[in-house]
Write a protein of this length. Structure first.
Length: 639
């Protein structure tokens, strides 16, 4: 069978519905064609078993053979003209034509019939996998409503520049990445993330190309040209997903190039040596050589293996997991070490107040208000989290003598109160007794008129499913889970303890992370792989160094899509578990097909050479096995 050009028809992503209708029409034609071939084949067998004219029987079976096998013969001739002699089309053609010459008419037709049925199921499997991927490809926008001088005009997204304003109406795809400057709506991001839940979006929120505006009219300021947009990068990624083959795919491709000529040579020797040297029956040994040719056709292997990996990529795409090639799917199936970045990967990357610890008569509310007076002018993430938690207006006219003390905190006067907000060093500098606690996060100490008011703990919230994701990875046989972070050791240890990580390395610079991944790579099982999971923004060097780089929360991250081998389109660590499960199921199906195919063919090659197996057994060993392998591969698409 011909090899699969896995993404050959995905260039016209905007034509998804048109392609779908074409596919239905094509399938109908093929079913009618196969039915006609099968009916004439059945009629020929009836003629063969009854006392009708030999020529009527031969003509019926020959017509059925040409109807079903003409394409195979034409492909074989075309490939021979290009110098590609020994392929599965050649084996099928020579074996079935030879079968006609020795009187195995119905057997020759049966080979072509079951071959075409197998190929039809293969095409159905590829089409289903393509539809999974096409759901992502359908994010390509057809137009943009460009706003100029208060009037909008429909233009190609490729012509819109960053900084331009566009209008997105309800039901329309968002054509370009941008920020909402007017309006609010619900946004469907399922084409990007695989998640069906709608997301609320209003002024100042970022929206991504490929999403669908569900309700209100939005005015969006474009932040990326089309070539740099999320939709464009994902489309490019998916179109090239099948170009990187897994090791087993590459091996089978090379194997088939050597295997086929060897089989042909062996068949020729079987056909001529015994009759020439030992006076054996020419008919008997030519029959055995033809049986060998039919059995030995590598259809099942060259079809089911690439189809399996392509199906795995499609199944992952349906779940919002973009895998850039079969080699990375294979690497996911062999994970030994999984190394995580912390911020934005295992944690949300958004700082918020996790606890308040008042002292000396202060209440939670008074402690927070006092801290807010000190942080009101600051844009530091800690200050922002304090102000967000306080959520009220402050009378800034009361403030005076504002001073930021580098590396320590802030000093400010509010009315008749001197307020100090900062770390322990600031308290020590002002001879204020304070209390340290071991809570996870950054501690902000507060003092009023040299009296300790208490502390506020600000932390980066751990994602809800991080712990389960790590536990599931361990249950699946991952031998070590590691966290690399630039955060301080106390925070890193607190996160690791909550998540059940095996190993942590804190206070790391980007170059330190690269060195650690290199070191871990030497420690892992050499036959297995190491994955690095990061947010894709500042981890590009580490993503590139790992056996498989996985970008967490790739939605909207250009660096993630560029640098990673696998992109998880949501912020959920549990997607990694789904990716590994899909990869392992794909590997299991592929190896089931390999073992089954090789096992059956070896047995029947021996039987055929000994003269025990007939043409009909050969048919089962070739196209029957291929058909079973294809049907087995279809299971991947149901995961």
């Amino acid at each position: 069978m011909e090899k699969i050009s896995a993404l050959e028809d995905l260039g016209c992503a905007g034509c998804a519905s048109h392609s779908h209708s074409q596919s239905k029409s094509s399938n109908t034609r093929k079913i009618l064609w196969l039915s006609a071939g099968a009916l004439t084949f059945a009629l020929g067998i009836v003629f063969e078993l009854t006392d009708v004219s030999f020529y009527l029987m031969l003509g019926t079976l020959l017509f059925s053979y040409l109807l079903l096998g003409a394409r195979v013969i034409i492909r074989s001739v075309r490939n021979i003209s290009k110098g590609q002699v020994f392929d599965e089309n050649f084996l099928m053609s020579i074996a079935t034509i030879g079968a006609f010459f020795i009187g195995e008419y119905s057997g020759a037709v049966a080979v072509m019939l079951f071959y075409q049925v197998g190929e039809f199921f293969q095409e159905l499997a590829v089409a289903k996998s393509k539809r999974n991927i096409s759901d992502l490809m359908d994010i390509r926008p057809d137009y943009a409503n460009l706003l100029i001088g208060g009037e909008s005009s429909r233009v190609s997204p490729e012509t819109v520049q960053a900084g331009s304003l566009i209008i997105v109406k309800p039901g329309e795809k968002i054509p370009l990445d941008g920020v909402i400057v007017e309006g609010d709506s619900s946004i469907d991001t399922s084409a990007l993330t695989g998640e069906s839940a709608l997301r609320k979006a209003s002024v100042s929120d970022t929206v991504l190309s490929g999403s669908i505006n569900q309700s209100g009219v939005l005015t969006v300021e474009v932040t990326q040209t089309f070539s740099e947009s999320t939709a464009s990068k994902i489309i490019d990624l998916v179109e090239n997903a099948a170009s990187k083959k897994a090791k087993v795919e590459t091996f089978i491709t090379k194997f088939a190039k050597f295997y086929t000529p060897i089989v042909v040579a062996l068949a020729v020797l079987i056909a001529i040596v015994p009759p020439l040297l030992f006076g054996a029956s020419w008919f008997d040994w030519i029959h055995r050589s033809l049986v060998l040719l039919i059995i030995s056709c590598p259809c099942a292997l060259v079809l089911s293996i690439p189809l399996g990996f392509f199906g795995g990529i499609g199944a992952a795409s349906k779940k919002g997991i973009l895998v850039k090639g079969g080699n990375y799917l294979e690497a996911l199936a062999h994970l030994d070490y999984v190394v995580f970045d912390k911020t934005g990967t295992l944690t949300k990357g958004v700082f918020k107040i996790s606890s308040k610890h008042p002292a000396n008569g202060f209440t939670d509310e008074k402690l927070l208000e006092t801290a807010a007076f000190a942080e009101v002018f600051s844009s530091h993430p800690i200050a922002v989290s304090v102000m967000n938690e306080y959520g009220k207006e402050l009378d800034t006219k009361l403030l005076s003598n504002y001073e930021e003390i580098s590396g320590h905190g802030v000093s400010v006067t509010a009315g008749d109160k001197n307020i100090l907000v900062g770390n322990g060093k600031l308290m020590e500098l002002n001879n204020i007794d304070y209390f340290e606690n071991n809570a996870y996060g950054t501690t902000v100490h507060v003092a009023v008129n040299s009296v300790y008011a208490g502390s506020i703990i600000i932390s980066d919230e751990i994602k809800p499913d991080s712990r389960n994701a790590i536990a599931n990875l361990k249950a699946m046989g991952v031998s070590k889970t590691v966290m690399l972070t630039g955060d301080i050791p106390s925070v890193a240890h607190a996160v690791a303890e909550q998540l059940g990580l095996d190993e942590i390395h804190a206070s790391l610079l980007p170059q330190d992370k690269v060195a650690k991944v290199e070191e871990l790579g030497k420690r892992k099982n050499s036959k297995k792989s190491l994955a690095f999971v990061g947010d894709g923004i500042n981890d590009a060097p580490v993503l590139a160094m790992a056996d498989v780089g996985i970008a967490m929360g790739g939605l909207g991250s250009d660096a993630a899509i560029e640098a990673a081998d696998v992109v998880l389109m949501t912020d959920e660590p549990s997607k990694l578990v789904e990716a590994v499960k899909t990869a392992r199921f794909t590997r299991r199906i592929v190896w089931q097909n390999i073992v089954f195919t090789v096992g059956v063919q070896v047995v029947f090659i021996v039987l055929g050479t000994m003269g025990i197996a007939s043409i009909w057994e050969a048919i089962f060993a070739d196209v029957g096995v291929a058909l079973i392998a294809v049907l087995n591969t279809l299971r991947i698409l149901r995961t």
